[in-house]
Design a protein around this ligand. Structure first.
Ligand SMILES: [Zn+2]
Ligand SMILES: [Zn+2]
Length: 361
């Protein structure tokens, strides 16, 4: 039953039926909004949903089969090769002259710049070339510079009739409320573990054991599970991050500050890896919070209040890094804010094995 439900995944999306249904209904009744905001944690499917909405608009199949994900138009959307669709992210082109604006991909930009939004504004006024709409995907709106967000408001307030803006956001609280209120918001949520396992098991060659491991690490996020599956280095990175979180929980200030310096040095050149590390930490502390609030044993002894404090520290640090605060300072503050816990007990499995051994025949 569960597998059948998953195999009927609308738009080829797993676990996001409500969001897909809302968009499908808007398309069917020709009431698509001019601006959408897809929210949810990394790897939950915001980017995929944006592409599938675009595919639904451009697909060459019969209306009730769109997006078919097989026709030429659908494949071009998936490959990011559609002329009337632009993805705006950190780094990228703008229209302004001078060496400072040549290529924001190469200049170490950490935010979406106002000049990129000015370009959006200009391009948005041009009628689309092929597609019924001129489409912009902001990936992610969390990354907008404050001035850039204000500049975007103009287009959000009075978009040309043929424009479709799709904003993706991980931390919706970071957005300007005025930006948020001008978009139709769809929240994407992680799916239950069993449903994620069932969805993963539809991939050819993915055995039940691997599906279980991926689901445990991805916490309900299909996109993250697939990334973990196809990129073993990401899995290693997250496992290392979790081991570091455990070690640092009972480490002293010197060890913590050394670690902060190492991560800070990586921020400028391996931004995605640092964000993945923080994401792994956030879920690691969330698991500690669950254990602590249920009175279950875990790898560390901590109270719910301590786990909450740690979660807040990690979340705030992510925000500070994205807001371009001095990375070393941001990470050192996090290290000071993380609770210092008693050293973890010896591996309980060892004790159990010893205790049980004499009783065995
Ligand atoms: Zn198609
Ligand atoms: Zn520029």
């Amino acid at each position: 039953m569960a597998v059948n439900e998953a195999s009927a995944a609308p738009w080829g999306m797993f676990g996001q039926d409500a969001a897909v249904a809302a968009l499908q209904q808007a398309l069917d009744s020709d009431r698509l909004a001019h601006a959408y905001l897809f929210t949810g944690p990394d790897g939950v499917g915001k980017g995929t949903l944006a592409r599938r909405l675009v595919a639904a608009l451009l697909c060459e199949a019969a209306p009730d089969a769109r997006p078919c994900l097989e026709c030429r138009a659908c494949r071009r959307v998936e490959a990011g090769e559609t002329p009337d669709v632009e993805r705006i992210a950190i780094g990228g082109v703008c229209d302004e002259g001078g060496p400072a604006h040549r290529d924001h991909a190469a200049d170490g930009s950490t935010r979406i710049r106002i000049c990129q939004v000015r370009r959006l504004e200009r391009v948005a006024s041009l009628t689309p070339f092929q597609a019924p709409r001129r489409i912009f995907i902001l990936d992610t709106a969390d990354d907008l510079q404050r001035e850039a967000a204000h500049a975007l408001l103009k287009t959000l307030e009075e978009p040309p009739s043929f424009v479709l803006l799709i904003l993706l956001a991980t931390d919706v609280d970071e957005l300007l409320p005025t930006v948020r209120s001008r978009c139709q918001e769809l929240a994407l949520r992680p799916m239950p573990d069993a449903a994620l396992i069932a969805a993963l098991r539809q991939r050819p060659g993915l055995d039940p054991e691997t599906a279980g491991e991926l689901a445990a690490e991805a916490h309900g996020r299909y996109g993250l599970a697939m990334r973990l599956h196809t990129d073993p280095s990401l899995r290693m990175l997250r496992e290392t991050a979790e081991a570091d979180a455990l070690r640092l929980a009972s480490a002293g200030r010197n060890e913590r500050f050394d670690y902060a310096a190492t991560i800070a040095a990586r921020w400028s050149r391996e931004r995605a890896a640092v964000l993945d590390t923080l994401d792994a930490w956030r879920w690691w502390w969330r698991a500690r919070l669950l254990e602590a609030s249920r009175g279950e044993p875990g790898p560390v002894r901590c109270t719910p209040a301590e786990a909450v404090r740690a979660l807040q520290a990690v979340t705030t640090t992510r925000e500070h890094l994205l807001a371009n605060t001095n990375p070393q300072l941001a990470l050192e503050v996090m290290m000071l804010d993380l609770p210092v816990l008693a050293a973890p007990p010896e591996d309980p499995r060892e004790e159990t094995r010893e205790a049980v051994a004499p009783a065995q025949p």
